[in-house]
Design a protein around this ligand. Structure first.
Ligand code: NAD
Length: 490
């Protein structure tokens, strides 16, 4: 466990590091980006206690034992675990958010904290109502039952929130879970895992319901996939890990990559569209997989729309500044066929707008949430899932062109798309063309996760394999129980 004094030191170091990184308002362009100084995060010891292991096979076995014990506690036991996870995420958000920020060094501290505070919105047991049939031949009940142990992969973009959301859904469904977290967020994940198990053990006497390894690697991923105890995989991440999981031979629920396009057709309020787009695209410095990544705007409204973006606080880059930033944000590589393609510079993923501005050869204040620049439709900032608070704006002649650009830049991930329009025909046309899991109209992308729109939250959106936003039902097997010619009461 990290003791309180260490935690306080980490938080104060991170906060002072943030203050140091803030550039003066009207200084000259700087050559190098501001570097975030953050202390190393102290992880719990991988001593095989309370869910934190060095050996993946031992973690999987321990989770199997915990699954058997959870069954004995029934639905009441699951409800208690959910209460514990949600309660800890709320209570510890101000401690764990800075830990995750210090370890991953990406995104925004206030949003790291908020993403933990809202874990309470992830659905629980209420999603597991059985389906019943009653007829001349008796009664049939279909129940949503657990798999056993689930092997889960989490992204560096939201390590503890994804882990916590997964635990709520998976345990609500009666499962135990083993994590192979992203190596860049494995320490804060272990801190949370230990705290969860400590509280679960105190309440139910189960020590290893949530397991993790302290040094995740491709080898531990492989061991997890091969473990006989692991009955199902749940992957939240980019294309590489989705492909690896789908080749593993185990069933995998895959919450894969996105590159959400936005279309602005000018029929609605441009000022509102600008505010909504800034809200979604700047959230945690655009690390969200659902976050607005590129905008297609009809040319008749493009100028006014960009003025509204600036009026709402975003900063526009000149073509020269965009070129400089593009040179820093992407390198070029050749694939096996000799074709060159852009490769994202991971060091700028989730960086502050002020840091990106420095790379572009300019300065913006620390309160500027988002940069934007006009680009063509083939620009790397449009076509790559760049996860930076820098929004490319593409002018198009017609709505058809806008939809075509949206579809092309989304790459068939079928993840998320956003439209600002009052034209119902346009809504229908774009919905059919993009065919995405989430399609948000007239709101920020986060409205698609119940944050400003109707609905519920989770951090795993099973786009690739089609289950949608994860719920407890996602992690169940449907089993049918039949009584022939009996039990019917009329
Ligand atoms: P990433 O793909 O680099 O890593 C995700 C996880 O997979 C990590 O735990 C990593 O260690 C592991 N991994 C990566 N390649 C692997 C391989 N070949 N074999 C085994 N394990 C491997 O992604 P990231 O940078 O951590 O997260 C960002 C990505 O995740 C983006 O593409 C984003 O869209 C996606 N994402 C999707 C959702 C969703 O719900 N659909 C949610 C969050 C993030």
């Amino acid at each position: 466990m990290v003791d309180e004094a260490t935690l306080r030191a980490v938080i104060s170091e991170v906060l002072s590091g943030l203050n140091r990184a803030a550039p003066p308002a009207a200084a000259a362009p700087a050559a190098a980006p501001a570097v975030r100084t953050a202390p190393a995060v102290v992880a719990p010891r991988a001593d095989g206690r309370l869910g934190v292991f060095s050996d993946m096979n031992a973690a999987c076995e321990a989770a199997q034992g915990a699954f058997v014990r959870l069954q004995k506690h029934g639905l009441e036991g699951r409800a208690k675990v959910i209460e514990i996870i949600k309660g800890l995420c709320t209570a510890k958000a101000a401690e764990w958010g800075p830990l995750e920020f210090a370890e991953t060094k990406i995104g925004r501290l206030d949003h790291k904290i908020e993403k933990l505070q809202i874990v309470k919105l992830v659905p629980g047991l209420e999603w597991l109502r059985p389906y019943a049939l009653s007829g001349d031949h008796g009664i049939t009940l279909e129940e949503y039952t657990p798999f056993g142990v689930i092997g889960a992969i989490t992204p560096v973009t939201h390590s503890v929130p994804t882990l916590a959301g997964n635990v709520v859904s998976m345990v609500a469904a009666g499962n135990a879970v083993v994590f192979n977290p992203h190596p860049g967020g494995a320490r804060c994940a272990a801190v949370a895992v230990r705290a969860f198990n400590e509280a679960i053990q105190a309440a139910l006497g189960i020590e290893h319901l949530v397991c993790t390894v302290i040094e995740p690697s491709l080898q531990t991923f492989d061991q997890m996939c091969r473990s006989e105890a692991v009955r199902l995989l749940c992957v939240t991440g980019g294309p590489g890990v989705v492909q690896a999981a789908m080749k593993s031979g185990k069933r995998a629920i895959c919450a894969g990559p996105g590159n959400p396009p936005v279309v602005v057709d000018g029929t609605g309020s441009l000022a509102k569209a600008a505010v909504d787009i800034i809200k979604g695209a700047s959230y945690d410095n655009n690390l969200l997989c659902i976050g607005e990544k590129q905008v297609f705007v009809l040319e008749a409204y493009a100028e006014r729309f960009m003025n509204e973006l600036a009026a709402a606080g975003a900063a526009k880059l000149t073509p020269g500044q965009l070129d400089r930033l593009t040179g820093a944000a992407f390198t070029t590589a050749r694939d096996a066929g000799g074709c060159s393609h852009p490769v994202l510079n991971r060091k700028l993923v989730g960086a502050d707008a002020a840091v990106l501005a420095e790379q572009a050869g300019t300065r913006v204040g620390p309160d500027v949430p988002l940069l934007f620049a006009e680009t063509d439709a083939e620009h790397p900032f449009v076509m790559e899932e760049q996860m930076m608070p820098m929004l490319p704006i593409v002018r198009v002649k017609t709505f058809d062109d806008a939809v075509a650009g949206a579809v092309r830049s989304e790459h068939g991930y079928r993840h998320s798309a956003i439209l600002h329009s009052l034209n119902v025909d346009h809504m229908t046309q774009m919905a059919r063309a993009v065919d995405t899991t989430l399609f948000i109209k007239n709101g920020a992308s986060v409205a698609g996760l119940g944050l400003g729109g109707e609905g519920y939250l989770n951090y795993s959106i099973a786009t690739t394999t089609g289950e949608g936003i994860a719920t407890p039902r996602t992690f169940t097997r449907t089993r049918r129980c039949v009584m022939v010619d009996n039990l019917r009461i009329y």
